[in-house]
Every structure is written in structure tokens, then in C-alpha cells.
Design a protein around this ligand. Structure first.
Ligand code: SF4
Ligand code: SF4
Length: 173
């Protein structure tokens, strides 16, 4: 796992400086389930890896630690790609926003084909390439979807599906 982390760091740092990212600095805070960062502008949710992933990689997350987090900011939630804890670099997602862990999600997203107009905007916006076009309609791969909701609510460049064709559904497998 440490080897994977090191390779990812090298790959990521080469991509890091090509992409425009938001950087947040402040103190780590937790409510026991989620992690937040607090600074002079308020609180931000940190979308990190599962706690077990940090344990496996011997990375200690502790309330009050000073951190710097770099990633994509959406509605006060930062999809963290790189985290600096006490100046130690920790890569969470690769340069394309793909998580370095296997997502364990109970929910995925589904396209209502009768509403989809085939604009393919969601395909470009999905950070993990979970959406493809098939016969002019968007199709979501439930195994790739990390439930980020960007295809529904959008990000800084995309307003979300223009026809509200995408919704969150419970996984049945
Ligand atoms: S953004 Fe909505 S309408 Fe456009 S391809 Fe995706 S699902 Fe279809
Ligand atoms: S919820 Fe996120 S990961 Fe899933 S299909 Fe939509 S944009 Fe992709």
C-alpha cells in the first residue's frame, strides 16, 4: 500500500501544478464521522478517504492538527486531492480526481433515459469517469460512481444535469 502511495505521489505532483485547485489551510475538526477544516472564513467539509485507509497507510488524523488541503471545492465541501499534515504530503486522489481507495458506497446514481437529452455535460464533469454515452443517452457505471453528486448538483464549471435526468438510487447488489 505504501508503494502505491509513493507512486501516486510522484504521478500526482506532476499533475498537481497543471490543474487549478482550491487550497484551504486551518485546523482539523471532527464530529466523529466527518472531517472539517476551520479557518478565518469558517468551516469546510473535507471529502477525504475512509478512516481505515488512513490507518492502513499509517497516517494520523487528529483534531486540532494544522493542515493544508488542496482539491476541488463545491458548496463548502473540498474533494481533497492532496493533504499536508505537519508538512507531510498525503495524496488522497490522483490528478483526475480518482480516489486511491476502493469506494464502498451504498448509493449510486442513475439516468432516467426519458429525460436525458444526450448533451454529455455530465460525462465531462464526472471526476471518476463513471459516465459514458450509449445510443445518445448517458449511462452510469455503479462500480465507478463515488456518489459525489456532481452530475446532479454541478461544480464550478457545470450547473448539473440540465433536465434533472440523474438521481441518486440505492445499490441493490
Ligand atoms: S447532463 Fe443530463 S441530459 Fe445531459 S447527457 Fe447527462 S444525463 Fe443526459
Ligand atoms: S455522482 Fe459523481 S461519481 Fe457518480 S456518476 Fe455522478 S459525477 Fe460521477
Amino acid at each position: 500500500m505504501k508503494k502505491i502511495l509513493l507512486i501516486s505521489i510522484l504521478l500526482f505532483t506532476s499533475l498537481l501544478f497543471c490543474a487549478e485547485k482550491t487550497t484551504l489551510e486551518g485546523n482539523l475538526i471532527t464530529n466523529g464521522k466527518k472531517w472539517f477544516v476551520k479557518n478565518e472564513n469558517g468551516f469546510y467539509i473535507l471529502n477525504l478517504a475512509p478512516n481505515e485507509w488512513f490507518e492502513d497507510n499509517e497516517i494520523e488524523l487528529k483534531a486540532d492538527k494544522k493542515i493544508k488541503a488542496i482539491g476541488d471545492l463545491k458548496d463548502k465541501e473540498l474533494f481533497v486531492t492532496v493533504l499536508f499534515i505537519d508538512n507531510e504530503i498525503c495524496v488522497i486522489r490522483d490528478g483526475q480526481g480518482k480516489p486511491l481507495w476502493t469506494p464502498q458506497v451504498e448509493y449510486t446514481h442513475k439516468v432516467d433515459k426519458s429525460k436525458c437529452i444526450g448533451c454529455a455535460l455530465c460525462v465531462k464533469a464526472c471526476p471518476v469517469n463513471a459516465i459514458t454515452m450509449y445510443k445518445g443517452k448517458a449511462v452510469i457505471d455503479a462500480d465507478k460512481c463515488i456518489n459525489c453528486k456532481i452530475c446532479v448538483t454541478g461544480n464550478d464549471k457545470f450547473l448539473g444535469c440540465p433536465t434533472s435526468a440523474i438521481s441518486m438510487v440505492e445499490r441493490t447488489d
